[in-house]
Design a protein around this ligand. Structure first.
Ligand code: FAD
Length: 413
């Protein structure tokens, strides 16, 4: 693998870093203050709108779609360091129109959408004028297994009728959220992986009701939020089905195409920010006559954090490089590996930064609480660690069995 960034990646890294330092980090406090103290916390702080326009004017927009006519067409390995940079700030991804779940939803429309669907929904999403949510997970079934979904999406003539309850629909509280992608059961008797459909649902369709917003460790994550949503006899035209009925599972698997590791890339940026804060605090705060950095095992904490971040970054870059060179299928194990590693490294580095800040670490002023919640949640929201480990082990056993000529089917109970 070639570890050097391309000249194009270097140019973007330079411009994005300058933009973050000049505009994004200085705006974080104002953004949070406006949301937390405003009368309407679910409104978009004006600074977000200003920064989006500025980023777009500077060509720092829609960086996430690889080899695409819809953006600069960066490869995954080129985008990785950029996503890392945006991961340093919770407000950055939206500023560059690179935030989940819109990125995954746009990928779906690029890959599977009809010309009509792209015209109506992809265009405004790429434009950043609307936002979207992805409604797959359900409260009543184990949703780490996408074949479990029970909500229904039934074909009735030239209409689709949707019923059921979803939760953890991220982004549904955003005032610009206009589009929901709903996954529902269409053919309960069909083959296991061809039973579900993905349907485009305008949020204002009668029968769609946000029952409540779910807090994450007590925070509602305004202005995006995570909704519990009921769908009662929701009707949309059949042409709103993505790629046709029965393709839902396939799309759910493909949805996270190149976007599969965007969160990992951002988690490394979050880890770097935490380590930076940790070191600053450790060098400048004195206890027992010495800087915190010199006390007890704190040097080991710092060294271990640096080692863990470097390992995680290299694995992320390897997974990105494999996706670019051999495709997602050939990168399955590395993708799952980094999905386990990156959030857990971020969680432990951010936790160490919280510890060195003492009481300051657990109040919101240093931003560490938001980073911690992000990292902790990723270990579930981006697919539970255990599910990724199961895939890594399955691929490993298959490869090892093939190497020594064991028929793996005969080893199953
Ligand atoms: C903040 C947040 C945002 C989210 N955003 C979205 C969104 O926008 N859209 C959406 O549709 N969903 C979203 N989700 C839901 C997320 O994708 C699911 O929570 C996740 O897939 C797990 O499903 P579940 O919660 O039903 O857990 P379950 O499937 O019930 O699993 C619970 C636990 O069981 C264990 N487990 C599961 N499978 C295995 C296995 N194979 N081996 C060993 N142990 C296992 C794991 O410990 C796992 O954490 C979000 C979740 C959170 C917390």
């Amino acid at each position: 693998m070639d570890f050097a960034f391309s000249p194009r990646a270097k140019d973007y890294i330079e411009r994005l870093t300058a933009f973050m330092e000049e505009h994004v980090h200085p705006a974080e406090a104002e953004y949070t203050r406006t949301l937390k103290t405003g009368e309407r916390p679910w409104n978009v702080p004006p600074v977000m709108t200003e920064l989006k326009a500025r980023a777009r004017a500077e060509g720092l927009w829609n960086l996430f779609l690889p080899e695409s006519e819809y953006g600069p067409g960066l490869s995954n390995a080129e985008y990785a360091p950029l996503a890392e940079i945006t991961g340093r700030s919770p407000i950055a991804p939206e500023i560059f129109n690179c935030n989940a779940p819109d990125t995954g939803n746009m990928e779906v429309l690029v890959k599977y959408g009809s010309p009509m669907q792209r015209e109506r929904w992809l265009k405004p999403l790429l434009d950043g004028s609307i936002r979207s949510a992805f409604c797959m997970t359900e409260p009543d079934v184990a949703s780490s297994d996408a074949t479990n979904m029970q909500a229904t999406a039934m074909v009735k003539g030239d209409r689709m009728v949707l019923n059921g309850r979803k939760w953890w629909s991220t982004g549904i509280g955003h005032p610009d959220c206009r589009l929901l992608i709903f996954m529902g059961l269409t053919d309960p008797e069909g083959p296991k992986h061809a039973r579900h459909s993905m349907v485009l649902v305008p949020i204002e369709t009668p029968g769609v009701r946000i029952e409540r917003m779910l807090p994450v460790f007590g925070a509602l994550d305004e202005p995006y939020g995570h909704g519990e949503v009921s769908f009662t006899d929701v009707e949309v035209p059949l042409e709103n089905v993505i790629a046709g009925p029965g393709r839902g599972f396939e799309i759910a698997q493909g949805r996270l195409g190149p976007g599969r590791i965007h969160h990992c890339m951002r988690a490394i940026g979050a880890s770097e920010r935490a380590l930076e804060l940790l070191c600053r605090r450790a060098l400048t705060r004195i206890a027992f006559g010495q800087p915190l950095a010199s006390l007890g095992g704190n040097v080991d904490v710092i060294a271990n954090a640096r080692i863990a971040i470097e390992q995680a970054r290299l694995l992320t870059l390897k997974a990105a490089w494999l996706m670019d060179t051999v495709g997602v299928k050939g990168a399955m194990s590395e993708i799952s590996q980094i999905k386990v590693v990156a959030p857990s490294v971020a969680q432990s580095v951010i936790d160490a930064a919280i510890q060195i800040h003492g009481g300051a670490g657990v109040c919101d002023d240093w931003g560490l609480t938001a980073l911690y919640a992000y990292a902790r949640v990723l270990r579930i929201a981006d697919g539970p660690d255990e599910v990724h480990r199961a895939l890594i082990a399955k691929l490993e056993l298959k490869a090892q069995a093939a190497r020594v000529g064991i028929d793996i089917r005969k080893t199953r109970g």
